[in-house]
Design a protein around this ligand. Sequence first.
Ligand SMILES: Nc1ncnc2c1ncn2[C@@H]1O[C@H](COP(=O)(O)OP(=O)(O)OP(=O)(O)O)[C@@H](O)[C@H]1O
Ligand SMILES: [Mg+2]
Length: 420
Amino acid sequence: MKPSLGRWARWGWLITTIAMGAALLVTAWLGRQRARAVTSTLNRGQSMVLFESVRQQSRAMTEPPDRAQLDSLLRLHQAAGLRYLAFFDSSGAVIAQAGEAASAVHPPARRPPGPPALEQVGSRVRIWGFTALAPPPGPPQGRQPARARPRLNFLMEFEPLVAERLASEATQTFVLSALVAAALIAAAVVFWRLSMKQEATERRLEQQRRLGALGEMSAVLAHEIRNPLASLKGHAQLLAEHLAEGSPDRRKASLVVTEAERLEALTGDLLDFAKSSPVDLQPADPAALVAACADEVARDGFVIRAEGAPRVWRLDANLMRQALTNVLRNARQASPEGTRPEATVGRSDGSLVLTVRDFGSGIAPGDEKRIFSPFYTTRTNGTGLGLAVALRVVELHGGTITAGNHPDGGAVFRIAVPAG
Ligand SMILES: Nc1ncnc2c1ncn2[C@@H]1O[C@H](COP(=O)(O)OP(=O)(O)OP(=O)(O)O)[C@@H](O)[C@H]1O
Ligand SMILES: [Mg+2]
């Protein structure tokens, strides 16, 4: 069957939506990664600003700062995230401090070389710096060298507020994108499943409509053929009886009788196929039903296994008998001399399961569905209605019938009927 436009549209829609969802997710993820990468640059920039600001102010001092001066410095930079500030003398002893340090502070014995070093301490960033105070006041004395500027180590801790906000916004965007992508994909999958269901329903309705039309036509034809056929057969029988035994004319008259009987069987099949009475589900013993159908087809012609069979199942026994005899008869017809097809009755996933396996040549590959079409036959005397009837009966029970081949050869038919 050619894939319909609807199917392409459905797949196209599903794939496009999944791709869009994935793209959204990847973009948001990359954005988040980039924001994280930028945070260290931001932290460094912010620390340099704070560092330079504190250093500038300390360079204006002639005396080491006291607690009040550090408090006011801390307040000045509080909004920028400054949380702790401390100055140390050359021996590493604290001169003054403001705020609370994130953890114990161990000042380096010497001036840290190079640019200020950043260190992450919990949620804070810690910076060690080095500064020189302004020279003590007093006029320069002659050629004496300028007075030494007292040198001090200092420590700052700040909360990287800007970087944190950036990272948390990027995470929020990522989570939001993930939710949107998930909703998009879920909606696409739901739409896809609904449209699959709808297509299956439409297909089934169309098939039922076609079968219905075919059934109606068959019923009219069968009905119209029946009466003239009965009179044809009756007269041919009478004629044969009047003709001399063993004469060529009697053989010809008998042939008419045989062919008329074949046509009679066909009209019977057609009427069975056309019957559209509603199913009448009644408690029935499925194992007994299978045994009775097997006997009807060929006494002792089957091996029946019914160990796992449920004792009762709601079935329309008359209809199910039609389905089973057709499948069993096919199995007998396909079986080589000396083999007995096997029929099993059991239960699986809450359904009654009946299987019929034979030891014949099996179903031709690719024919597994086609053999259920009305009038499809490969037998010279077949009408091709047996499996079409079986399919209709099983579907009327809300069940399924499938055909396949056994790995060791031979056809296997499986009928599953849900609890009704
Ligand atoms: N057990 C089987 N092994 C192999 N082929 C099978 C088997 N059962 C059915 N088939 C194939 O399926 C076709 C259709 O079967 P179906 O019973 O509908 O019609 P039929 O047996 O040909 O005629 P009738 O209407 O008289 O039953 C058969 O002609 C045969 O080709
Ligand atoms: Mg058949």
